[in-house]
Design a protein around this ligand. Structure first.
Ligand SMILES: [Zn+2]
Length: 172
């Protein structure tokens, strides 16, 4: 009903019907408030990582660390560095040993398909919070890789913060 009135308001340029408001306190004028955008978006709107997901990442790290023992890596200087692991190279580079002593070598998790930005426009902005957090922590859609590869993939920025009338934040 609110949506219909809002459309009527827009159609006829009636200011009072244009700004009926949204059922979610996270929304103003049909868009996410600023405090939920940018660097806060993944942690607040998608709820960030659950403990189970972090545990899984650590298990993956142990597995990837073990892979560096393969003979192919024996001449790589990083092989002798504790915590080094084999990064599967999704940043468009060849498979390589990642240096965990550097920030860019930290093990991160990448959302494969859909990415977060694709999920946001196809589903995330049209649903309740638990659906987004479940997507975000679905390990079947996550790929562990070094931070450097993850950021060089790029292209996952959110450029549209509009939401539908069904959008709800955490606890709403
Ligand atoms: Zn890498």
């Amino acid at each position: 009903m609110a949506e219909l009135l809002e459309r009527v308001g827009k159609e006829f340029g009636l200011r009072s019907l244009k700004s009926l408001g949204h059922a979610s306190e996270w929304v103003v004028d049909g868009e996410l408030k600023n405090s939920y955008r940018g660097e806060n978006f993944r942690s607040r709107v998608y709820g960030g990582w659950r403990k189970g997901t972090i545990d899984w990442r650590e298990k993956e790290r142990a597995r990837m660390k073990n892979e560096k023992k393969a003979p192919g890596w024996q001449h790589d200087p990083l092989r002798g560095v504790e915590d080094t692991y084999v990064c599967p190279s999704y940043g468009g580079r060849a498979e390589h040993l990642a240096d965990p002593r550097e920030d860019k070598g930290l093990l991160s998790l990448d959302h494969s398909q859909p990415s977060v930005s694709v999920h946001w426009v196809t589903r995330g902005r049209d649903c309740r919070h638990p659906i987004r957090t479940a997507f975000y922590n679905d390990i079947s859609n996550l790929v562990p890789m070094c931070k450097s590869c993850n950021s060089s993939k790029g292209g996952d920025a959110i450029d549209d913060y509009s939401v539908t009338s069904r959008f709800r934040g955490s606890g709403e």
